[in-house]
Ligand binder design. Structure first.
Ligand SMILES: [Fe+2]
Length: 390
């Protein structure tokens, strides 16, 4: 690996205590009690109730003499009013810990709710970086998808109801206190969700290790995440009961989440927030899965060496190739992976139309992911990219 001897960097270790392994969910009561409380506020979505996971978790807590109040109405990209009303319920409940269980929306909502329980006003007041002033209640994050990495990040994304726009709270204070990563919880995920969330994790890893803010520590985590996803995503989608693949994907998702905290991401994630706003509700993972090969195609020309590393991590042979040809192998490998796991190539079925392009590009260009992108990008470049997926 080539070194940039002139680079100075910061890697802040995450404060989250990560417990990882098949069946690790059963340790949840121990962690709740270690936090000094016997009452939990659980944030989740209706899908977890339907899957039987919510009842299992509630029974586990009650059998261990832990009271639990459930907020089970999280929707994809929770609204600001849901976050604010759940925070009010949390304050009234007297719970001493917030447990978030589910996909990225449930985990992000639990982080925002825990923060709003100890900070005045509305969650919309805290959109941006490090605006949370008071320490939130402790958070235990339990992912049931392998993609967002929210269990180890300092981001909480929700929708500002007044503007119908996705916003993010970014704060060192909202890192989960504990992450319980149990790959068994993903065994029954449908193939389409496994595919799109897995491609989100790949986008985190690839954007992190190819952008201008990347440094050796994040890169090590991100490149290993890319390797794991190359090895395990296809089998996790095609044979969901394969625990080894589920283990590999959850590990990749958590590692990519840790990697990206200090680096931000790139073009695909800059576009993802507005593509989930207004009347567009393209699931985050689907946005990333469709956009990642396109943005890699655009970016690989600027920093081919970084993309050669991605190609190698995905098992591509690049010996004897030019740097550019090797870099193109990364683009081709990601495109093939997206195709093999059944990702659509356009967003037309999600309602994306020509009229959306201007507002999406305008919002995307404001993103903190734009300045770190490996290739300088203009609004016209983004417009052209979006027209390719109409
Ligand atoms: Fe993402």
């Amino acid at each position: 690996m080539r070194m940039n001897a002139g680079q100075t960097f910061n890697f802040f270790p995450i404060p989250t205590d990560i417990h990882f392994g098949a069946g690790i969910l059963k340790t949840l009561p121990t962690h709740v009690k270690a936090l000094g409380t016997h009452k939990a506020f659980l944030v989740t979505d209706p899908g977890l109730k339907a899957a039987g996971i919510l009842d299992r978790v509630v029974s586990l807590l009650k059998e261990n003499a832990i009271e639990v109040e459930v907020c089970g109405r999280v929707k994809p990209d929770s609204s600001s009013s849901l976050v604010d009303s759940a925070a009010q319920e949390l304050r009234q409940s007297g719970a001493g810990v917030v447990i978030g269980i589910g996909g990225g929306s449930s985990l992000d909502t639990s982080k925002a709710v825990a923060a709003m329980a100890t900070n005045p006003g509305s969650c919309t007041d805290y959109a941006g970086i490090n605006k949370v002033r008071n320490k939130p209640l402790p958070i235990i994050a339990i992912p049931t998808t392998a993609g967002t990495g929210s269990e180890v990040t300092y981001w909480a994304i929700f929708t500002d109801e007044a503007r119908n726009l996705k916003l993010a709270i970014g704060s060192y204070l909202i890192y989960p206190t504990i992450a319980l990563c149990d790959p068994e919880l993903t065994l029954n995920l449908p193939p389409a969700v496994t595919a799109s969330t897995g491609m989100d994790a790949l986008a985190h890893a690839v954007e992190c290790c190819t952008n201008n803010a990347c440094q050796p520590i994040s890169r090590a985590l991100a490149i290993d995440a890319v390797k794991l996803i190359g090895l395990h995503l296809r089998s996790a989608v095609l044979n969901g009961s394969n625990i080894e693949s589920r283990y590999g994907m959850m590990l990749a998702s958590t590692m990519a989440g840790m990697a990206m905290n200090p680096t931000r991401l790139g073009l695909a994630h800059a576009l993802a927030m507005p593509l989930g706003s207004w009347d567009l509700h393209v699931p985050h993972g689907v946005v990333l899965a469709i956009l990642l090969p396109l943005t890699m195609e655009f970016n690989h020309l600027a920093e081919p060496d970084r993309f050669v590393e991605v190609a190698e991590a995905l098992g591509q042979r690049v010996d004897g190739m030019s740097r550019l040809d090797g870099a193109r192998r990364a683009v081709e490998a990601v495109r093939a992976l997206a195709r093999d796991v059944g990702i659509p190539s356009t967003m037309s079925s999600f309602g994306l139309q020509e009229r959306h392009i201007g507002p999406v590009v305008e919002e995307a260009m404001k993103s903190g992911n734009i300045p770190v992108n490996p290739r300088k990008v203009t609004a016209a470049d983004l417009e052209q990219m979006l027209r390719m997926i109409l």
